[in-house]
Design a protein around this ligand. Sequence first.
Ligand code: HEM
Ligand code: HEM
Length: 203
Amino acid sequence: QGNASASAGKTKAASCAGCHGEDGNSTMPAFPKLAGQHQTYLVKQLQAFKSGARLAPMMAPLAAALDDQAIQEIASYYAGNKISTNPAPKLPVSDDDDAPAKTAEQEKAELEALITQGSDLYRNGNISREVSACVACHGPYAEGNKPASFPSLHSQHADYLIKSLTDFKTGARSNNRENMMHMIATKMTDADIKAVAYYISTM
Ligand code: HEM
Ligand code: HEM
């Protein structure tokens, strides 16, 4: 039954492929990967786009066209696929044209420091600023928690993770359960968000 549902979902997900990739592994960093995500989480997000509880202009009309059965089937299809790992991360290009060009060694050191900072925040949180440890809900490998419907995060695009966390922080994404992510993200600085997003994208 699960397989029949996933194969129906594959057909119905054809119109999603342009942005999310055929198997749910999007290559463009603004479009989230869906492959390997928990089915219940995907269903919840699609219903939230449909009802308008989660605002996303690109997703709203597409989700509105799906009935409950199509939502279940598409979610089952993506959940059964495997998320792809990301290429080695690069630092974003500086907007400051006058900044001296960095050497390859400087770039490497900066990236390593960023990822170490992100890993520390992910595992330990930040006690003085009361940021909860992400590991508590999203798990040691950022695989999420299936029964609790906490989403898997590992190997997601850093750009999308930064956007999600910033949207939780500003309240632009406000449908999350008991506002857990909003409370956490409001305690995070932009530097925390960048560091943890880079780290998670390498997991
Ligand atoms: C987000 C499914 C088509 C652009 C999402 C999410 C799901 C989803 C489940 C939430 C992911 C998460 O929270 O991790 C689908 C399905 C589609 C479809 C089932 C086909 C019916 C498209 C298309 C585009 C697109 C064609 C581009 C034109 C986006 C964007 C987001 C998103 C930009 C992130 C929204 C945000 O930042 O909050 N999609 N998608 N999707 N999708 Fe789609
Ligand atoms: C969703 C990151 C801590 C519970 C998310 C998402 C991100 C994220 C990026 C959105 C995923 C997507 O759009 O695909 C983080 C980070 C954390 C953290 C970086 C640590 C700083 C926690 C903790 C909890 C939690 C401690 C539980 C108390 C959730 C839940 C959702 C979520 C329930 C789904 C929200 C929804 O339905 O829209 N998290 N998280 N997270 N997180 Fe966290």
